[in-house]
Design a protein around this ligand. Structure first.
Ligand code: FES
Length: 128
């Protein structure tokens, strides 16, 4: 008998973070986020979320190419859809505390041209 999944059983992530880990062959003109450290960024982000007890509330996932290859490791945060570029492992404590928990975008890492945000930088805190 098939299991019936009710809506309340679906994990309720408050934020969902996609980290590009796309790989291209060495020498490809576009390069790739994997070659620039995307896998390390994803792994460290998952670890930091787990360490602060929010891995069930804020989900971090792999993404394929997000079509921002010239922007270094690319990360996008939903539901607000804030895009970050040139993200390194060293940037993660700030992204986690300021944006993912605190709800304030990290302006210095934001990709330019995000008109869908209408200048909004504040998206609401998540309680730890
Ligand atoms: S390879 Fe990461 S955005 Fe294209």
């Amino acid at each position: 008998m098939p299991r019936v999944v009710r809506f309340c059983e679906v994990p309720g992530f408050k934020r969902h973070v996609f980290v590009c880990t796309n790989e291209r062959p060495e020498g490809h003109p576009k390069g790739s986020c994997k070659a620039r450290g995307g896998v390390e960024v994803r792994d460290e982000l998952k670890l930091q979320l787990k360490t602060i007890g929010l891995s069930k509330t804020i989900r971090a996932n792999n993404a394929g190419c997000l079509d921002q290859c010239e922007q270094g490791v690319t990360v996008v945060v939903y539901p607000e859809q804030v895009w970050y570029g040139h993200v390194t492992v060293a940037d993660l404590p700030e992204i986690v505390e300021k944006h993912l928990v605190g709800g304030e975008a990290v302006e210095r890492l934001m990709l330019p041209d995000q008109p869908h945000l209408n200048g909004q930088r504040s998206f609401g805190k998540i309680e730890k």
